[in-house]
Design a protein around this ligand. Structure first.
Ligand code: HEC
Length: 196
């Protein structure tokens, strides 16, 4: 055993003839270790003691709010143009609209638009108005009481216009077994409603 601190020390244990040297750790490693400790103290003070920095949850919240603001601004801009909006005839846009329709709308309106839970979109009879603009408004606002979802914020404005344009192309088609026209639901009897 060598006692000179500058010399590597051979430790006294042994396993299957393998011996171990007790070398000094390299200086760069030791300094890095001290640096890590200093960094941890700084980190703790910055985020948890003085709370100067924002933690992940707060940063997420902030970015989420910024994202929502962008989204509502885009929707508001879109809604301001609805009144004069025309159905698109652009094939790419109609293709996108068809894709949206098949994914989100077909379960209730049937892939051919013939109607299932939701009304037939191919005939000439409409509950909420027959104009293209009426359709766009129903899609964006929904009719929550009647089971038509509100797509505001779920679909992008461009997707809403695309899907409205796509269903516009279904008008006048004659799918088999369509849902009967729904503009003529029996009127409620006169007088106070029995449910009130
Ligand atoms: C959960 C079922 C459901 C889904 C999904 C759904 N709808 Fe509807 N939709 C309905 C119902 C129910 C109505 C009828 C509302 C009423 O009676 O006022 C309706 C009404 C409509 C109307 C108005 C029809 C009229 O006669 O005025 C349009 C247009 C429409 N939906 C388009 C869409 C589009 C486009 C999508 C997909 C983005 C979609 N719907 C998804 C159930 C649904």
């Amino acid at each position: 055993m060598n006692d000179d601190p500058k010399e590597p020390k051979l430790l006294d244990h042994e396993a299957d003839g393998i011996r171990e040297l007790d070398n000094n750790l390299p200086r760069w490693w030791v300094w890095m270790f001290y640096l890590c400790i200093a960094y941890a103290v700084g980190y703790l003070a910055y985020y948890h003691v003085f709370k100067v920095g924002k933690l992940q949850a707060a940063e997420y919240e902030e970015e989420w709010k910024a994202g929502e603001a962008i989204k509502s601004a885009a929707i508001a801009k879109f809604e301001a143009t609805i009144a004069t909006m025309q159905p698109s005839r652009d094939q790419a846009e109609l293709g996108q609209g068809q894709q949206v329709f098949m994914t989100y709308c077909a379960p209730c309106h049937r892939p051919d638009g013939g109607g299932l839970v939701g009304p037939n979109l191919c005939d000439d009879y409409w509950i909420h108005g027959s104009n293209f603009v009426d359709n766009v408004k129903v899609i964006i606002n929904g009719v929550p009481d009647k089971g038509m979802l509100t797509w505001r914020g779920l679909l992008k404005p461009a997707e809403i216009r695309a899907v409205a344009s796509y269903i516009y192309t279904l008008r006048g088609t004659t799918p088999p077994n369509p849902k009967p026209r729904e503009d003529q639901a029996p009127k409620a009897p006169a007088g106070p409603s029995p449910f009130e």
